[in-house]
Structure formats: structure tokens, C-alpha cells
Design a protein around this ligand. Structure first.
Ligand code: FUL
Length: 500
């Protein structure tokens, strides 16, 4: 009875509301619909920011762990009384050699360690005495971020900084004073004095223990989420460096240090949810934030230089490239300078070898010579033709109509080629969409064989024959390549297909 009364009065109110609504309400609503003469697809959220796009396009960059640990044969240096004299370069580090070797590998930027967990600052800072000015040898003259940023600019590379939030030697660490007076000061100095920064790396490691000005190995735990006041810290960073993406906030750690991203890899993520190695590696489709993945990996077994290091071969590094850059993640590859302030010959040779493999295997794109590119569905609006995937322009794309979440593009080459890899890119400015795809090849355009199949694409996916990233193999002979999008969150948008 009561229920009926409520329902009746609700209906009454609704009717009254409808009567009271202005007669032109419908008209107003229609006027507010934006015109879309080109039939541009609606975004599928989340979508990247401009600085995330610029970061994604950097793709592959170097990391260089150098500092007191280099001279002390350790990795963290949190177990000793802080002593700046333990940093003792005898000759000026040759940072241009680092940058050139990384460039030869195909890297487009360098991120340099400015302060690792031990708390030693590799630049003359006002934030602590534990810095180069009080070091030994030529140390007081060595401003690492300056040397590396100068070398980067000279050689057309972007530059970024690593600053460990965890500071094992600062007496104020774990109190608000450390964040406000030390950490923020260090961020400000690094983002003010060394030109444009494309990325700032904040390590998630927090051993909790350290010397802390007298209390060796005392554990001081902090709540990493609230302690660093990330929302305000992010604002400060972006006001100093609008182009700098922030570690853990605008891109995520891929969940391992072995150099692979998930074969399924969404840029969609949720920084507030509980994460796991698998979620970091794969992201997840329903995540409401655009936080793509970065894979950090070493050319040796450790982050800092050690006399007994073994350097990975160019083939091993190439496989890592395929499983990171080729799986919708960026790749940051560590190359550790030694006590002479240079990358060893072994590192330089492996980096050159990698650069040669990338040049030989992934630079001659046969699709740019395509004689015909067709699709089974082309979005109306006149701008979304299939040939956009081979025009070499990242801003044009093939799209289907809104009622299609599948579709195929066929590329015909002028002649038969031996094919090892197919590279796919989604137009991710409008969101990552594709859930699954299948690639086929043919010699005559009528008999088709499977090249490989996969799940996500994202910013970039490099697909090896049968997904075999371990061996270059003999390839397949094909005059035609067909890319079938077999499932997508909304109409698929492909900006680029390359054939190698
Ligand atoms: C880790 C650190 O603990 C390592 O020393 C290194 O800096 C690596 C990049 O991140 O979490």
C-alpha cells in the first residue's frame, strides 16, 4: 500500500516536471551536440596526454647507474656510514662516450642516476653535504647531470633524471622535513638547471634501513602513497617541466627487471588498486587511468658496474627489444659506466651490435611500397581509408564504422618478399581498443596462411612469425599481408602497419 503511494506520487512529480519543462528543451539539447562533419570516432577512455604521447614515441632509451657504488663494488650502499670520499673518480667521466654508445644502439634518450638509495648527490646540491663537492679525486668538478645533458643535447638525444625517493643516509628521512626541504629541493634543482627533461624516474625501492646520520641499519618505514604527497609533487614537477612524465604516476613499472612486457599489455591501469607483478606487466582493460608500461632492464646482471660483469649479447638485447618496445611498453636499458668513467668495450660492442640488428631487421619497411591497400569496412567521412596505415604518417588512420568492432586490412606488395615481422600501431590518442588480432600472409592473394595471432596492440606491437621472439628464423615468402582485427572495445583505429 505504502509502496503504491510512493510510486503514484513519483509518477505525479515526473508528470509535473515534464509539463513544467520548457517547450524548447529538446531543441536546446540538439543545439548542444557538436558538429562532426569528418565523423571522427569518439574516444574510448582512458586516453593519453600530450606528454605521454611524446614519451611513448621515445620508445627506447638508456639508463646509467654510476656513483659511489661503482667504486665500492656494491648495489645499494645503504649499509655503510655515508662518506663522500668513497666517490673518487680519478679522471673526468666521458659522458659523451656513454651517450654515443647508447645512440648507436638505437636509443633516443638517456636517464642518468643523480642520487641512488645511498643518498649521495652526483651534482653540486644545496640540499645535503653528501654530494660531489666533498668527494675525492676529480669528483668535485664532476656534475653528472650537466655532463650527460650537454652530451645528449649535442647528439640529438632527450634527457631525463633518476632521483631515489628513499634516502638511506639523510637524517631527516621518514620525517616531513625530508620531503619538504631535501627531496623537493633536489627535484627543483634537477628540473631547473639542466634544460628540458622528458622523464623523471622515482624508484619504488624502499629498504627502510640505512645509516640515517648515525643509526646504521635502523628501519624507518614510511607510507609511500602519502609520504611524498604525490599530487602536489606532480604539480610542482609539471610547473617546472611541462614535458616530463613522472615514474609511477604517468607510466608504470612493468613488474619485472628481466626485460619483458606482457604479450597482452593494456596501457589502461588503476594506480589506486592493489597491483601485482602480473597486473603491472599486463595492465588491465577496465583500468580507468592511462598509465602505460616501461620495462627497465640491464645489459649485465647488476645495475652498477662490477669487474666480473657479463654483458648480454646483441641477440639477447634484440629479444628484449621485441618483448618490450614490441609489446606496447617503452624500454629503458641500463649501461653501467666503470671506475674509469666509461662504458667498457664489451658494453659498447653489444650496444653497437643491437643497433645493427635493429637496422638490419626493423628498418626496411616493405609496406611503404604497397601497390594496393584495401579494407573490408571503411568508416564514412572520407578520412579513414585503408591506405592510411602505409602512408608513414602517424596522425592518419584506418577506421571502421561505429557498428563494427572487427575488420581486415590487406596490403599488396609490388613483389614477393621474405617477411619476418609485422608491426602494428593503434591510433591511441583515441584510446587503446584492440582485444585480439590475427595476421595472415599469401603469395597469390587467394590461399592464406597464418603468420601469427595476438591480443592487444596499443601504441606499438611488433609481431614475429608464430610469436617466436627468440630466433630470427628464415621468414615467410609473401606478396600479401592481411591484418584481421577479431575483437575490439569499439571500432578499431590502426595508424600504421609495417612489414619487415
Ligand atoms: C631498483 C633499485 O633498487 C635498483 O638499484 C635500480 O636502481 C633499479 C633501476 O631499480 O628498484
Amino acid at each position: 500500500m505504502i509502496m503504491k503511494k510512493i510510486t503514484t506520487s513519483l509518477l505525479g512529480l515526473l508528470a509535473a516536471g515534464l509539463t513544467l519543462a520548457p517547450a524548447h528543451a529538446q531543441e536546446l539539447f540538439e543545439q548542444q551536440t557538436l558538429p562532426n562533419p569528418d565523423n571522427v570516432p569518439s574516444p574510448v577512455f582512458p586516453v593519453p596526454t600530450e606528454r605521454q604521447m611524446a614519451w611513448f614515441e621515445t620508445e627506447f632509451y638508456g639508463f646509467s647507474h654510476y656513483g659511489p657504488n661503482t667504486f665500492n663494488n656494491v648495489e645499494w650502499g645503504n649499509d655503510r656510514k655515508p662518506n663522500p670520499l668513497e666517490y673518487r673518480p680519478e679522471t673526468m667521466p666521458d659522458c659523451e662516450q656513454w651517450v654515443n654508445a647508447m645512440k648507436a644502439a638505437g636509443m633516443k634518450a638517456v636517464i642518468v642516476i643523480c642520487k641512488h638509495h645511498d643518498g649521495f648527490c652526483l651534482w653540486p646540491t644545496e640540499s645535503t653535504d653528501f654530494n660531489v663537492l666533498n668527494s675525492a679525486g676529480v669528483g668535485p668538478q664532476v656534475d653528472i647531470p650537466k655532463l650527460v645533458s650537454d652530451a645528449c643535447r649535442k647528439n640529438g638525444m632527450k634527457f631525463g633524471v633518476y632521483l631515489s625517493p628513499w634516502d638511506a643516509s639523510n637524517a631527516a628521512y621518514a620525517t616531513p622535513e625530508y620531503v619538504q626541504k631535501v627531496f623537493m629541493k633536489q627535484i627543483t634543482e634537477l628540473l631547473t638547471n639542466y634544460g628540458d627533461i622528458f622523464e623523471i624516474w622515482f624508484d619504488g625501492a624502499n629498504g627502510g634501513s640505512g645509516y640515517y646520520g648515525g643509526d646504521a641499519l635502523t628501519t624507518r618505514n614510511i607510507d609511500k602513497k602519502s609520504y611524498y604527497d604525490w599530487p602536489n609533487t606532480m604539480d610542482s614537477i609539471h610547473s617546472l617541466q611541462p614535458g616530463a612524465v613522472v615514474w609511477g604516476r604517468e607510466f608504470r613499472w612493468c613488474g619485472n627487471e628481466q626485460g619483458y612486457s606482457g604479450a597482452t599489455c593494456w596501457s589502461n591501469f588503476d594506480t589506486n588498486a592493489v597491483t601485482s607483478e602480473k597486473i603491472n606487466n599486463e595492465g588491465y582493460e577496465e583500468g580507468y587511468e592511462f598509465i602505460p608500461s616501461e620495462c627497465d632492464v640491464r645489459t649485465s646482471q647488476k645495475w652498477f658496474w662490477h669487474a666480473d660483469e657479463q654483458i648480454k649479447t646483441p641477440e639477447q638485447l634484440f629479444k628484449i627489444y621485441l618483448e618490450c618496445v614490441g609489446r606496447n611498453a617503452t624500454l629503458i636499458m641500463n649501461c653501467a659506466p666503470n671506475t674509469d668513467g666509461v662504458l667498457s668495450d664489451a658494453v659498447v660492442e653489444s650496444l653497437e651490435g643491437l643497433g645493427e640488428l635493429l637496422e638490419k631487421r626493423l628498418s626496411d619497411n616493405f609496406a611503404l611500397q604497397a601497390t594496393n591497400v584495401t579494407a573490408d569496412n571503411v568508416r564514412t567521412g572520407g578520412k579513414y581509408e585503408a591506405k592510411n596505415v602505409t602512408d608513414g604518417d602517424k596522425n592518419t588512420y584506418w577506421a571502421t564504422n561505429d557498428d563494427q568492432t572487427t575488420g581486415s586490412v590487406t596490403i599488396e606488395l609490388p613483389e614477393e618478399k621474405t617477411i619476418h615481422y609485422v608491426m602494428l600501431q593503434e591510433y591511441i590518442r583515441l584510446g587503446q581498443r584492440v582485444r585480439s588480432f590475427r595476421i595472415e600472409y599469401s603469395q597469390d592473394g587467394s590461399r592464406w596462411m597464418q603468420f601469427a595471432s595476438g591480443t592487444t596492440i596499443g601504441y606499438k606491437r611488433i609481431v614475429a612469425r608464430a610469436n617466436n621472439t627468440s630466433s630470427y628464423g628464415t621468414g615467410v615468402k609473401a606478396k600479401y599481408i592481411r591484418v584481421n582485427i577479431t575483437d575490439s572495445r569499439a571500432c578499431p583505429l590502426l595508424s600504421n602497419i609495417a612489414i619487415y
